[in-house]
Design a protein. Structure first.
Length: 72
């Protein structure tokens, strides 16, 4: 999957994301689900396990930057 096609996908946090932390998200794609290392897009927000997030940037092969999916 190319970089642009990852942007806009929704995922769920499986490992806390935040400043100084390497978090993890699971994203449904390609008929299944895949895990990615994740960082907050703004560098400051903390996302706890279970939070729904939106992929705003993808750095191949397995890193994404995310923000809150529902404005929260």
């Amino acid at each position: 999957m190319d970089d642009a096609s990852m942007v806009g996908l929704v995922g769920r946090v499986t490992g806390t994301i935040g400043p100084g932390l390497v978090g993890e998200v699971i994203v449904r794609m390609r008929g299944g689900a895949e895990h990615f290392l994740a960082y907050p897009a703004d560098g400051e927000t903390r996302f706890e396990r279970g939070t729904v997030v939106l992929v705003v940037e993808h750095l191949p092969p397995r890193t994404v930057y995310v923000e809150a999916a529902y404005g929260g």
